[in-house]
Design a protein around this ligand. Structure first.
Ligand code: ZN
Length: 196
């Protein structure tokens, strides 16, 4: 009886571990991109509009923005720039930047997103000349998601409303910290082996 219980517990632990690895192991990122691209192709085949795709925090699933909130803001300081179908079938501009510590980030720019901003804004080392930046984090799990940009001639402390209502503000969010709703749904499907 004890041996059976132990085996059962070990099996459950293994299942949990495998599920955890599938969700969080870094290579899942590549898998995610492939799935998102496939879903996008499928949506295009059906002629479906995917402009309202939800974009979520990869760490906790918090709803950050819609596909329609994506806005291209090209910067001459980007190390590279490419178009991708990363997010639900939309062709999005992905730019690569490097910070003063040599860390590189691929970002997508958004007109607005539900993030927590950390003022005061900083004018130094801005990836977008003429704009100062604040760090942007997830309002639910505090993961660092990217940066928010505001005109550098503005005061370094403004309100969230000032930021939201202006046409001159935008955000740059790190691609691999985001997830699209269609990919999240594919993760939540019950594997066949569990349903029998
Ligand atoms: Zn989060």
């Amino acid at each position: 009886m004890c041996a059976w219980l132990l085996t059962n517990m070990l099996w459950q632990l293994t299942v949990q571990y495998v599920s955890f690895m599938l969700l969080f192991y870094p290579s899942a990122h590549k898998l995610g991109e492939a799935c998102v691209a496939a879903a996008a192709a499928e949506a295009q085949d059906r002629g479906a509009s995917s402009t309202d795709t939800l974009i979520l925090c990869r760490a906790c699933g918090h709803e950050l923005a819609l596909g329609t909130d994506i806005r291209s803001v090209p910067s001459r300081l980007a190390l590279s720039s490419r178009n991708d179908t990363l997010l639900g079938g939309r062709r999005v501009n992905v730019q690569l930047f490097e910070n003063p510590h040599g860390h590189r980030f691929e970002v997508i720019t958004f007109r607005k997103a539900d993030v927590t901003q950390h003022w005061p804004a900083d004018k130094r080392f801005s990836w977008f000349p003429g704009f100062s930046w604040t760090v942007a984090t997830c309002p639910r799990c505090n993961t660092h998601l990217g940066w928010a940009f505001q005109p550098s001639d503005w005061p370094d402390r403004i309100t969230k409303t000032n930021f939201k209502e202006s046409e001159h503000t935008f955000l740059a969010l790190i691609t691999h910290r985001l997830l699209t709703e269609d990919f999240a749904s594919s993760l939540l499907m019950t594997p066949k082996s569990f349903s029998s």
